[in-house]
Design a protein around this ligand. Sequence first.
Ligand code: IMP
Length: 192
Amino acid sequence: MATTMMEGIERVVISAEEIARRVRELGQAIAADYRGGAARDLRRRPLLVVGILKGAMPFMADLVRAMDFPLEYDFMAVSSYGNGTSPGEVRILKDLDCAIGGRDVLIVEDIVDTGHTLQHILAGLSARGPASLRVCTLLDKPHRREVEVPVDYVGFVLPENLFVVGYGLDYAEVYRNLPFVGVLKPERIREE
Ligand code: IMP
């Protein structure tokens, strides 16, 4: 077992500085888009930002603090493949605490890969009648898509067919606490 996480990393794909810069840009862009709508209408509840656990946790924490805008946040947890399920099979492990009927909702994801997880979340939430439903993801792998899903805000598009870890993304539940996004050494994937 490695004693530091860096031992398992082959290379950094997106540095902590690049992430911080992009998250600030995204936060400002999202706040600008929602300003003038819900914020001006005092009868309307503030924007609800929904983080998808566990992967979106670090991104969500930084993103909401980059949004100079009144909002509430909540979390959902879903199982996706890699946790003993196959692609397309998605279960809700933890649902939202609050109702979303008539509310503006922004889903925050770590990565959109095949699109199955997000498709399932979107179907479930849109059935509850939100006023609007948008999606922000830190990472996007558009070339891997198996189902079409609308993604409104993207941090970074991964250029190759990479499996990445860090900043919330895991390999077998480890590496989520890396401050950057990187690629594992191939031998590390076999070892652990
Ligand atoms: P999708 O349903 O195929 O879009 O998969 C979404 C989920 O797969 C993500 O929330 C991640 O948990 C996982 N995933 C996909 N690609 C990666 C990756 O490169 N690293 C870590 N997890 C990934």
